[in-house]
Design a protein. Structure first.
Length: 93
């Protein structure tokens, strides 16, 4: 049975919020809420692959402490920028 677009987005959102580490929950969850529905098909595919990565690898990539794989680098950069913008907005509130 093929996964519907709606079911895929719901699954990806849930996996974004329930990562295993609170840090990645707080980074990927809000990003998913804000952007998943509007991502192009190829970016959604990349995000789905990203969800299979270990949090111990993802966090340094997002924080810019380690180089992300080339296939995910653009998306990781976008997620990192989103997380930094949220942090700055939260500090000024």
């Amino acid at each position: 049975m093929t996964e519907t677009a709606e079911a895929r987005l719901k699954r990806m959102s849930m996996r974004s919020w329930r990562r295993g580490t609170k840090e990645m929950d707080l980074i990927l969850g809000p990003f998913a809420d804000a952007h998943l529905a509007g991502l192009a098909a190829d970016t959604l595919d990349a995000y789905d692959r990203l969800l299979d990565e270990n949090d111990q690898d993802l966090l340094p990539w997002v924080l810019g402490q380690a180089a992300a794989p080339e296939s995910l680098a653009g998306l990781i950069g976008r997620i990192g920028a989103f997380a930094r913008a949220r942090r700055v907005a939260g500090q000024s509130a």
